[in-house]
Design a protein around this ligand. Structure first.
Ligand code: APR
Length: 311
C-alpha cells in the first residue's frame, strides 16, 4: 500500500484525504500544525468508512515523524485566498509556510514525490523545488487538472454533452493569465467550433480563467476545495498506479517552451517516477503570446519571494 502524506488539514487537505479514501489503495497521513485538527478530521473520516463502505487506513498528526518514507506528499498548508485577494497576494505568507513544510517533509521522506497545492501555485512549486533539492521530476504543481476540469464543466454546461466526451488543455500559470487552449480542446475528437459559437467559446475561456475567483466571490471566506482535492488525487493515483496519464502540471522548466528557471503548467506524462516526460506541443503566435504573458505574471509573483529561495 502506498503511503501518502497530506500536509495541511484545512478544507483542501481534508478533501484530498476524503477523495484518497474513496479511491483507495493508500495509507493516508494527514498533518496540520494546529493540534488536534488532523486527528479530529481523520477520526471523522475513519468513522465514515463503515457507513459508506470504504476501507481506510489513516492517521492524523502534528508530528513529521509519522510522515516518514511517504511515496507521495501533497502540500496544502497555507492560507487560502480571501475575496479581493489575488493568488499573488498570498505569496509572502505562504512562502514562509512552504519553506518550513518542505524542509521537514524531505528530511523524513527523501524519496517522496511532492504534489504542491498551496497558492500562488507556480511560485510555491518553484520554491518547493529549490528548497527540497529534489529532481524536477519529483516536484509537481497541481493546477492544470483543475483548470482543465473547470473548462470541461463549462463546455458541458453550454453544449449539454457529457463531460466524458470533452477533452480540454489548459496550460500556463495557475492565475488570471492561464492559457486555455481552444485549438487543443475537443468534443469527442471534434473541434469546439463545431458545437459552439466564437462568443460562447470566449465566454467559456473567460469563465475558466476566473473559475477560482468566481467561487471565492460566493464563499466570501475561503476558496475552492472539492475540485482541487479531486485533481490532486487524480495525479497521485496516476503516480501510485504508474498509469502514464497525460495531465497538465506545473513543472520546473529548463528550456521547454522557451522558458527557463520557472515552474509553469505544461503537459506531462505521470507515472511511478513522477514526471516521466514533458510534452512540447506546437503553438501558434497568439498562443505563444498568451504563454509569455502567463510566464511574465508568474515571474512578477516570484519577485515577491523575498529571501533567496535556497535559504
Ligand atoms: N504546517 C502545517 N500546516 C499548516 C502550516 C504549517 N506550517 N501553516 C498552516 N497550516 C495549515 C492550517 O492550520 C490550515 O489547517 O494549513 C491549513 C490550510 O487550510 P485552510 O485555511 O482551510 O485553507 P485551504 O482552503 O485548505 O487552502 C490551502 O490550498 O488551494 C490552496 O489557495 C489555497 O493556498 C491555499 C491552500
Amino acid at each position: 500500500m502506498s503511503k501518502v502524506s497530506i500536509i495541511g488539514a484545512g478544507f483542501v487537505g481534508s478533501t484530498v484525504a476524503h477523495w484518497a479514501m474513496i479511491s483507495g489503495g493508500c495509507q493516508i497521513v494527514l498533518l496540520d500544525v494546529v493540534d488536534g485538527l488532523a486527528k479530529g478530521k481523520v477520526l471523522d473520516l475513519i468513522q465514515s468508512g463503515p457507513i459508506a463502505g470504504h476501507a481506510i487506513d489513516a492517521i492524523g498528526t502534528t508530528d513529521y515523524a509519522d510522515t516518514a518514507d511517504s511515496e507521495i506528499v501533497i502540500v496544502t498548508a497555507g492560507v487560502a485566498r480571501k475575496p479581493g485577494m489575488t493568488r499573488e497576494d498570498l505569496v509572502s505568507i505562504n512562502a514562509g509556510i512552504v519553506r518550513d513544510v518542505v524542509q521537514r517533509v524531505v528530511e523524513k521522506s527523501p524519496n517522496a514525490i511532492l504534489i504542491m497545492m498551496t497558492n500562488p501555485l507556480d511560485t510555491m512549486t518553484y520554491l518547493a523545488h529549490q528548497v527540497s533539492g529534489l529532481p524536477r521530476e519529483r516536484v509537481i504543481g497541481q493546477a492544470g487538472v483543475l483548470d482543465g476540469g473547470r473548462m470541461k464543466t463549462f463546455i458541458a454546461m453550454e453544449t449539454g454533452i457529457s463531460p466524458e466526451n470533452i477533452h480540454t488543455t489548459v496550460l500556463g500559470g495557475h492565475g488570471d493569465e492561464m492559457v486555455p487552449l481552444v485549438r487543443y480542446s475537443t468534443i469527442a475528437g471534434m473541434p469546439l467550433t463545431y458545437f459552439l459559437s466564437q462568443e460562447q467559446i470566449d465566454h467559456i475561456v473567460a469563465r475558466t480563467r476566473d473559475g477560482g475567483a468566481e467561487i471565492v466571490r460566493y464563499l466570501k471566506t475561503g476558496s475552492a476545495y472539492y475540485a482541487p482535492g479531486a485533481s490532486a488525487c487524480k495525479m497521485a493515483q496516476a503516480i501510485i498506479r504508474n498509469q502514464h496519464h497525460i495531465y497538465p502540471a506545473s513543472v520546473y522548466l529548463q528550456g521547454e517552451y522557451g522558458l527557463n528557471d520557472i515552474c509553469f503548467g505544461v503537459p506531462v506524462v505521470l507515472g511511478k517516477n513522477g514526471i516521466e516526460r514533458i510534452i512540447e506541443i506546437d503553438l501558434d503566435e497568439e498562443e505563444k503570446t498568451m504563454m509569455r504573458k502567463s510566464a511574465d505574471l508568474i515571474r512578477s509573483t516570484m519577485a515577491h519571494l523575498g529571501q533567496p529561495a535556497h535559504s
